[in-house]
Design a protein around this ligand. Structure first.
Ligand code: ADP
Ligand code: MG
Length: 702
């Protein structure tokens, strides 16, 4: 049974009554802490401690069992020993409990019988339609008025706010709540999901999607359980509200067969990174960045572009800010001449009116005010970084006040940096209270701005529907379903499959002798390329087994003779391919490796035999939409090489993007394809024919 997501989760987060099974009177026990937290939080409904040996827990009457509770129970928090969890869960199911929070550990994470126990808990959850958080978790919190639910053993009671958080780690969950409180970030809901026997991060994203109390979602992930589902939900939800993630741990991608270019270049963490980016999730390095970004997204508008104005009272920090912004792909706004003239009028002669605008150390509130008025009037500025190094003789609070008043209605993000302590603290508080993110160092402000810009770009992105592609499914199936087809296909087979899916190859003939090679070349027309093929010969050029630009019979005959004589001792099955020479002039690679966890990873790169040296590859997780291929090529460092370049015309990238989408269709139609790589696809200018000249394809058991 698939649960009704929203209603099911209301039983957990918006219960009318809560039972704590395993409520304890013992000081320092989790069972006691949970009851105490429910009371401390001011939970709106009845709290029922369940403990067969106590009449009262923390002044609340206790019950012998869940069954013995007189009224209905929406949520039950389980803090009982692992051996009795299943029995209690069953009892809760019978009682009509809607949600379980299983804090108890001793399940999948301990292996052995814990695994079986977790499976049984999943069965009970399904049988009764009871949503389960945990096991092995810290609990859940909903600060919303009318519920005020703290069903956790967290030491910190968060203040009410607009941030929802999921933590996969219980221990870190505690730290996250404490740090959020310290950062002044209020919380709407919190869930520590533990082993995720039922409720996953994706479920929670879906639950928060349309919840007006939740404006920003924070994730601490260790693994992404069901990536396909996560991608689908996160992609949708991130269009409505920002999702910020700290993801620890490495992906299984590192264990991917490193035999192909695509696989070895993709590397360990790339799959998760691209997956998160592709569904609009902002991945940050640490919790400090996460909280700063959350606050900025709550309080500030997004920058429409990358051009930032820096206003400072000290040169050094201005340069630091400049370096940080530029280093992260943003720019220092070139202010309009009119802006510089206006600044000149209000600033002393020693001040710099060029961006970064330096008001110099004597700047007081009045000078900040005058300069900011001018800068925010400049429409070329997409955002502001206002720096203030607190000098002793200046009234820092008044400066802060001036910054707030002059920028609050400017419609662009404004981030402040206050350096220097004594008088700075009060200034910081004034800025924070007004909703201005305050940083100690300009680098941190730049990091936050870059993520805000990424969010803006994500919201602007309009996906393109996939074009309809005509393919010859049956022809590919004949090769792929051939009995015993496993491992690497022969190059002829790979070519047949790719051709069936509309990835064009030049005309070619496969032959056994120099004489046959010459005859084939005559049929194909000149010039031709001659290649040696053998099952164990994967990288032909490494064995000097590719001869290009052969122009007559003598050249073909000599080359064929040489290849056969030289390679036969090593590869007994060696044969020859005579291939028409492609006329294109840029080589790219397109490929796919199936990651055991994340599914198909698609790659494009500058191709040919130099691919390992260049290592210029863009990777994305499937499914690709119609726009992904274009963006992948644009993301290559060598992208300019595909445009017009030193007299060579620009190549027809539409052919390349189409080929990648055809490759995607192929690997979705045939899940037994574990890996496929076309290298090179030789791109011609528009109007000319682009072709793949080399394809490799590996099959695995489905
Ligand atoms: P391998 O990758 O196994 O070494 P390829 O078939 O990819 O062998 O050939 C190596 C290089 O030879 C290609 O990158 C390309 O530069 C060139 N080449 C191969 N076939 C052709 C062809 N039909 N037309 C033009 N150039 C070719
Ligand atoms: Mg090749």
């Amino acid at each position: 049974m698939k649960h009704d997501r929203k209603n099911g989760l209301d039983g957990l987060f918006r219960p009318r009554s809560v039972a704590v099974v395993g409520a304890s009177r013992r000081e320092g026990s989790i069972g006691r802490q949970v009851v105490s937290n429910l009371i401390r939080g001011g939970f709106a409904g009845p709290v029922y401690p369940v403990n067969p040996k106590a009449e009262v827990v923390l002044s609340v009457p206790a019950y012998r069992s869940v069954k013995a509770i007189p009224g209905p129970v929406d949520l039950a928090v389980l803090v009982v020993p692992p051996e009795v969890v299943l029995k209690v869960a069953e009892e809760c199911g019978k009682k009509g409990v809607k949600g379980l929070v299983v804090i108890t550990a001793g399940f999948r994470e301990v292996g052995g019988e814990g695994v079986a126990r977790e499976q049984k808990l999943a069965d009970i959850s399904k049988r009764y339609g009871m949503r389960v958080i945990g096991p092995n978790c810290m609990g859940i919190i909903n600060t919303e008025a009318g519920f005020s639910l703290d069903a956790s053993f967290s030491a910190t009671l968060p203040s009410v706010g607009a941030v929802a958080m999921v933590s996969q780690s219980g221990a870190l969950g505690e730290a996250i709540l404490a740090d959020a409180a310290q950062a002044g970030l209020g919380v709407a809901m919190f869930a520590s999901v533990g082993n995720r026997v039922d409720v996953t991060a994706a479920d929670l994203l879906g639950y928060w999607e349309d919840d007006p109390h939740v404006r920003v979602i924070l994730l601490y992930l260790e693994t992404v359980g069901e990536p396909q589902e996560f991608v689908e939900v996160a992609r949708r939800v991130s269009r409505k509200k920002p999702i910020i993630a700290v993801k620890s741990g490495r992906s299984d991608a590192g264990a991917m067969a490193a035999s192909s270019h695509t696989g070895s270049i993709a590397g360990a963490d790339v799959a998760v990174d691209t997956m998160l980016a592709q569904c609009g999730v902002l991945r940050v390095d640490n919790f400090r960045d996460m909280f700063a970004l959350a606050q900025a997204l709550l309080d500030q508008p997004l920058p429409k572009g990358p051009r930032m104005a820096i206003v400072t009272n000290a040169g050094g920090p201005g340069i630091l800010a400049t370096d940080a912004l530029v280093g992260l792909g943003m720019a220092v706004a070139p202010l309009l001449p009119a802006t510089e003239r206006a600044l000149r009028k209000v600033l002393p002669a020693e001040a710099s009116v060029r961006n970064p605008v330096d008001l110099i150390a004597s700047a007081d509130a009045a000078r900040y005010r005058a300069a900011l008025k001018v800068v925010v009037a400049d429409d070329t500025v997409d955002g502001l970084v206002v720096l203030f190094v607190s000098p002793v003789m200046i009234d820092a609070a008044a400066v802060a006040q001036a910054i707030v008043e002059e920028t609050s209605k400017c419609g662009r993000p404004v981030l402040a940096c206050v350096m220097g302590r004594q008088r700075g603290d009060e200034a910081q508080q004034i800025l924070r209270d007004a909703g201005l993110p305050v940083f100690r160092y300009p680098e941190d402000a730049a990091t936050t701005l870059r993520q805000m810009l990424r969010r803006q770009r994500w919201l602007e992105r309009r996906p393109i529907r996939l074009p309809s592609l005509t393919v010859q499914h049956a022809a590919a199936a004949r090769v792929l379903r051939r009995k015993g087809a496993r491992g690497w296909l022969s190059s002829a087979e790979a070519e047949a499959v790719l051709t069936a899916y509309g990835i064009p190859f030049p005309a070619s003939r496969r032959v056994r002798s120099p004489g046959e090679a010459v005859a084939a070349a005559h049929e194909l027309g000149w010039p031709v390329v001659l290649k040696a093929e053998a099952a164990q010969l994967l990288h032909k050029s490494e064995h000097r087994a590719v001869r290009v630009g052969l122009r007559d019979s003598d050249e073909v005959f000599a080359a064929a003779k040489d290849l056969l004589e030289r390679l036969r001792p090593q590869f007994s099955d060696v044969r020859l391919q005579v291939q028409s020479q492609a006329t294109g002039h840029r080589e790219i690679l397109i490929g796919m490796t199936r990651d055991p966890r994340y599914g198909p990873l698609y790659a494009v790169g500058l191709g040919g035999v130099q691919v390992e040296v260049l290592r210029d590859v863009a990777i994305r997780v499937g499914p690709l939409d119609g726009k992904d291929p274009q963006e992948m090529f644009a993301a290559l460092k060598g992208a300019p090489l595909l445009g017009a370049f030193r007299g060579a015309p620009a190549v027809d990238l539409a052919m390349a993007t189409n080929a990648l989408l055809r490759l995607q269709k192929l690997v979705s139609d045939f899940p037994q394809i574990a890996e496929v790589e076309v290298n090179p696809f030789i791109l011609a200018e528009s109007g000319r024919r682009s072709v793949a000249v080399d394809g490799r394809l590996r099959l695995e058991d489905e």
